[in-house]
Design a protein around this ligand. Structure first.
Ligand code: PRP
Ligand code: URA
Length: 212
C-alpha cells in the first residue's frame, strides 16, 4: 500500500527495534507496557514536529538572547479504552501540561463494530490539538467512531497515533473522517477473519493488562 499523504510512518531504527520486541509472543506484560509507553513518547516527538513556536528573550548565565518557546494551541491526549491507556504516560512525559480525555469503546466480537461505553473530555476540547491514542488500528471502526465523537464535541485538529495499523484501518479512517493526521510505527499486511492485524501483536489490551 502506498501511504496516503496524511499518514506518517515513524520508522526510526529505535522504533522498529522496539516494535519487534512488542510483537514477540514471549514478551511479558511488564516489558510490553514499558515498550508501548516508550513508543508513544517517540511517536509524540514526531507528531509534534509541526507545532508552532514564538520568539522569546532568555537570560543565559552569559548573555541575553532570543530563543523559541511553544506557542500553539494546548494539547488533549485522548486514549481509546482500554489499550490506549498504555500510551498516555509516554506522551505526558513530553507534554506534561496536556489534558487527558477518555473514550471507552470495545469491538463487538461478532460484528467488530465499536460500542461506546464511556466518554469524558476536557471542557475546552475545541481549543486544543487532540491526539487520539490507541496501539492498534485494525478495521478502523474504533478510531473512526472516536474521531466522530470528538468532532461532534468541537474538536478540530485531530491526530491519531497507532503503533500498528492495517491498510484496511487507514482506508476506513480516511473514508469516514476528513483532515486527520495519522502516525503509525508499522503498516502491516492485512486483517484475519477475526479482525486481528496480521502479523500484528495479538490483543493489545490483553497483553497490556494481562487479562488472557
Ligand atoms: C482494540 C484496540 C482498538 C480496537 C482496534 O480494542 O485497542 O481499540 O481493538 O480495532 P478496530 O480498528 O477494528 O476498531 P478492543 O476492542 O479489543 O478493546 P480493549 O482495548 O478493551 O481490549
Ligand atoms: N485489536 C487488537 O488488540 N489487536 C488487533 O490485532 C486488532 C484489534
Amino acid at each position: 500500500m502506498d501511504l496516503p499523504s496524511n499518514v506518517t510512518l515513524v520508522d526510526h531504527p529505535l522504533v522498529q527495534h522496539k516494535v519487534t520486541i512488542l510483537r514477540d509472543v514471549k514478551t511479558g506484560a511488564k516489558e510490553f507496557r514499558e515498550l508501548v509507553s516508550e513508543l508513544a513518547m517517540l511517536m509524540a516527538y514526531e507528531a509534534t514536529r509541526g507545532f508552532q513556536l514564538a520568539e522569546t528573550t532568555v537570560q543565559t548565565p552569559i548573555t541575553e538572547t532570543q530563543s523559541k518557546v511553544l506557542a500553539g494551541k494546548k494539547v488533549a491526549v485522548v486514549p481509546i479504552l482500554r489499550a490506549g491507556l498504555g500510551m498516555v504516560d509516554g506522551i505526558l512525559a513530553l507534554l506534561p501540561a496536556a489534558k487527558v480525555g477518555h473514550i471507552g469503546l470495545y469491538r463487538d466480537p461478532e460484528t467488530l463494530a465499536p460500542v461506546e461505553y464511556y466518554c469524558k473530555l476536557p471542557e475546552d476540547i475545541g481549543e486544543r490539538d487532540v491526539m487520539i491514542v490507541d496501539p492498534m488500528l485494525a478495521t478502523g471502526g474504533s478510531a473512526s467512531a472516536a474521531i466522530e465523537f470528538l468532532r461532534q464535541r468541537g474538536a478540530r485538529t485531530v491526530r491519531l497515533l497507532s503503533i500498528i495499523a492495517a491498510p484496511e484501518g487507514i482506508a476506513a479512517v480516511n473514508e469516514r473522517c476528513d483532515d486527520v493526521l495519522i502516525y503509525v510505527c508499522a503498516l502491516d499486511s492485512h486483517l484475519n477473519d477475526h479482525g486481528y492485524i496480521v502479523p500484528g501483536l495479538g490483543d493489545a489490551g490483553d497483553r497490556l493488562f494481562g487479562t488472557k
